[in-house]
Design a protein around this ligand. Structure first.
Ligand code: GDP
Ligand code: MN
Length: 382
């Protein structure tokens, strides 16, 4: 789950990261009132969960409260990469002398939290990685020892932080690290971290991405979810207890178990097709969950066939088969379905499916091939 900048900054501030506290506005009038209260030049920033807001016109400076109101009016309603701006952050503006990048990621290859730092901040770090990879430091941290003081100095020297700002930098990096660990994050980044003309170190932008599987431990963070920006399919999936990730292909996949879902996607690709999604309906899936899964899959207009792959362990095959037949009868839109159910009560399941005239398959290879063929058949677009 991605947190908005103002939420991310709230968390970082709590951990002692130096930054300009701002206030949130949803109308131009509110932005003006905040600017009036703050005095001086303010920065007005679109709160959307996509990067590159600056380039898209979503970050603007305003020297007076009147200008703040005007700028806010320009930014509210702006479309940034498909997201409409509804919320603004208004904060005292900083005079920037230099921009740095400082981030922490959970590096799955290194199997540990890794610091990413660069003196070429402000632009997207992926851009720096492409054009000037030597300008980036990657420093993996020991999972048991955590962030060590010598590592803080190492990053500080790499970035060329001036001696009088090193203690402030140490606070920033430690705060970022504590925030990352404390919130079960996958990513926490400050871009840019700036040195101001009057010699202060400040986090001007912040982004925290939380591990969804750790969210149950953080009801306070769960409450920060931005429902405006969640894909409707993702909301529906989360509420039904289904793990769902939308992809770009044409074959909808309904599978129980994350590993089996990954395998199913691989085999769809091997058979020459492209999966439309990752979907794990979870253990013991009952009819209502199956129905929700179908609705979520078919909501995607690109889907031309559905491959159902169920391994019955705790989940009973016949129950899923009933669920499929029942759910299918109530669907708005129909596409060819290939169903493979093995394991507990597989035979009963096969009978139910045959009686309902669904395409069945014994092996996963066979199922994938049939689904790909069904998706490519002319007239399969519903
Ligand atoms: P992003 O484009 O979505 O990453 O949004 P950022 O918050 O990083 O802002 C983009 C750029 O706007 C920054 O790299 C800065 O150059 C500039 N910017 C942001 N806040 C301020 C500020 O307070 N003062 C000044 N002068 N520039 C700012
Ligand atoms: Mn930024």
């Amino acid at each position: 789950m991605k947190l908005q900048e103002y939420r991310s900054k709230e968390i970082l501030a709590r951990h002692g990261v130096p930054l300009m506290a701002g206030e949130v506005a949803t109308t131009p009038e509110q932005a003006r009132a905040i600017a009036e209260r703050m005095g001086g030049t303010v920065v007005i920033k679109a709160q959307v969960l996509v990067g590159g807001r600056g380039k898209a016109g979503g970050v603007k400076l305003a020297a007076t409260p009147e200008e703040a109101e005007r700028r806010a009016r320009e930014i509210i309603g702006l479309d940034i990469k498909g997201v409409t701006v509804r919320t603004l952050l208004v904060a005292p503006a900083a005079d920037i002398a230099h921009e740095y990048y400082l981030g922490l990621i959970l590096d799955r290859a290194a199997k540990t939290v890794t610091i990413i730092a660069s003196a070429e901040g402000g632009v997207e770090i992926e851009e720096v990685a492409r054009t000037n990879p030597d300008a980036i430091l990657r420093l993996p941290l020991d999972p048991l020892l955590g962030l060590q003081r010598f590592q803080v100095r190492q990053v500080s020297f790499f970035l060329g932080i001036a001696p009088d700002l090193r203690s402030s930098f140490a606070e920033t990096l430690k705060g970022l690290y504590d925030a990352f660990l404390g919130s079960d994050a996958d990513l926490a980044e400050i871009n840019p971290l700036v040195v101001t003309e009057d010699g202060r170190l400040l986090a001007l932008d912040a982004k925290i991405v939380l591990d969804d599987s750790g969210l149950f431990r953080h009801p306070d963070l769960e409450a920060m979810r931005d429902h405006n920006e969640e894909e409707p399919a993702e909301t529906a999936a989360r509420e039904a207890g289904i793990s769902f990730i939308k992809l770009d292909g044409s074959i909808g996949c309904m599978v129980n178990g994350a590993g089996l879902a990954m395998t199913t996607m691989d085999l769809v690709k091997l058979a020459g097709g492209e999966p439309a999604n990752f979907l794990d309906i979870g253990g013991g899936a009952k009819a209502d969950r199956v129905a929700a899964a179908f609705r979520i899959i078919l909501d995607d207009e690109n889907v031309r066939a559905i491959l159902v792959n169920i391994f019955g362990g705790i989940t009973r095959g016949d129950e899923v088969a009933h669920g499929i037949v029942e759910a299918r009868a109530n669907l708005q839109r129909d596409v060819p379905m290939v169903v493979r159910i093995v394991g507990t009560n597989a035979e009963e399941a096969a009978e139910i499916l045959r009686a309902a005239n669904l395409i069945t398959a014994d092996s996963l290879d066979d199922a994938a091939a049939k689904a790909v063929a069904a998706a490519q058949a002319p007239g399969s677009r519903a």
